[in-house]
Design a binder for this molecule. Sequence first.
Ligand code: GCB
Length: 599
Amino acid sequence: MLAPKKILYFILYFFILLNPFFCESQTVLQNIASRKTESLNGKWQAIIDPTNVGDWRQIWLEKKPEKKTDFIEYSFDGSPLLNVPGDFNTQMPEITYLEGVVWYKKVFTYNKTANKRYFIHFGAVNYVATVYLNGKFLGSHEGGFTPFQFEITDLASNGNNSLIVKVNNQRLKDGLPGLGYDWFNYGGITRDVNLVATPDSFIEDYFIQLKKSSVKEVQGWVQLKGTTTAQTIKVKIPELGINFITKTDNNGKAAIHFSSKFKLWSPENPKLYEVIIESETDSVRDEIGFRTIETKGTEILLNGKPIFLKGTNIHEENPLTAAKAFSESDALILLSWAKELGCNFVRLAHYPHNEYMVKMAEKMGLMVWDELPVYQHIEFATPGVTDKMETMLKEMIARDKNRCSVFIWSISNETYSTTANRNEALIDLSKKCRAIDDTRLITSVINNQGYSNNILDVNDPLYNYFDVISLNEYIGWYVPWQGKPQDTKWKLVANKPVIISEFGGEALYASHYGPTDEAAYWTEEYQEQIYKDQIAMFKTAPNLAGVCPWILVDYRSLGRMHPIYQNGWNRKGLLSDRGDKKKAWYILQDYYKSIPEKK
Ligand code: GCB
């Protein structure tokens, strides 16, 4: 029999291990790029644990034999090395398809300086990360695409420290995304890891953007954290001669409000300003652009003027390495293709991509669609799921809210209207989203429209709660045409701007064989025809404010199993996995060229 105390420890132990929110990371450490950091990227030792016995063996204790008769059945010494950042699946052939546990270890040196605080910051770990420092549980985080950090100021020792991260990319029924999704489940410490130093009292977060509908008024806030939070705050924009001074309130928060004559950010002129945020004890530097985004009737207005959004969907994958994208050079490859296609926006599907993507898109003049991984099979009624949605929403907005390129928060993709609690959960999330940030548009992507007799019936009541009607439709691929594309009729549930957020079909690059009017031969001609028909159909769409093909480039998806044409790749790319242009590329590029930048 276990003693009651032991039972209590047992319960506590499992509660900590199984409840990723038990030791929630501090939600924000804004703009670490502008701070003193030491990169923990590089080679990490790794123990592959496909049967998940590492918890039972307590790997984080790094036990060593003490007596002659002792042996320990794991060790980081002699273990393989994995690159961080990077997915683990593509680094060792034997774990290509692993959806399970890998333990990572890194030794780092710590030299604590008085009056400083230190954090271990992870850009992202897919999917659950459980972190230990010197044999002690530090914290855990669920969600594969947003940053988190843990403070180690008083927990690390001067000299060498051992950091161990258990990474588990097993799909969860109540995860975000859930069990089913059409992309490769890359596990691992997939983004940068940094040891970040801040002053004792520091600028934890800030929000500096134009007030909704105003092209000259900045409205935002600065949040301090630490022992001395009653401080003077300055926000400076040297190029505009701005030196706004204010004081924090009792909670360390200061309201920011000033006006100027900004050169507004736009795809044609992606102007960013150096912005310096200072407290008495801290200072950070950012590059911030200013623009407004709103809808008026059936149009989307950027800086008060109607804009037609020419987009492309992108997954966070570098097809040339057939691995998770994580670096600036990966971002450059993907976004240069989007520019060449003639895009003015990119939909970063279906989860928040790494920060390099968002920042580079901003510099290149690409508007960004940021999305939560609330994808298809989400169990909205399962306890805990809506809390996870809210946490991820906050993490996404926390990271990207100062990026003016981000014009829309997409809080879900193709969820099923028949799932219990789906409407309530998404409506509630949209309200929370707007309460945190009312300066951007909000959408939820839907694909449950009816289509018969050549009538597209867009009738999901959810649209009433969002700024834009975003719909995915695969007419010509999953759904055969029901008449001439140019004769399509529409019924719209709400008189709002419409973005066709996905359309397309598959083609294997250089496949021209077999009847080119039959889908089953994956020919470029078949895909090309879909694009021609879709463009003809776009002209019938009332309120059309933008289009966005699925997808820029072929990407890995193991459910795509045709051995000749797919081989584990979704072939809807306009580019092949080697970056070759398919015929449909030119059709869309010409269409984009034919649309003037301004409506
Ligand atoms: C969709 C999904 C996207 C898929 C795509 C497809 O509707 O939103 O994630 O991958 O269809 O290829 O079928």
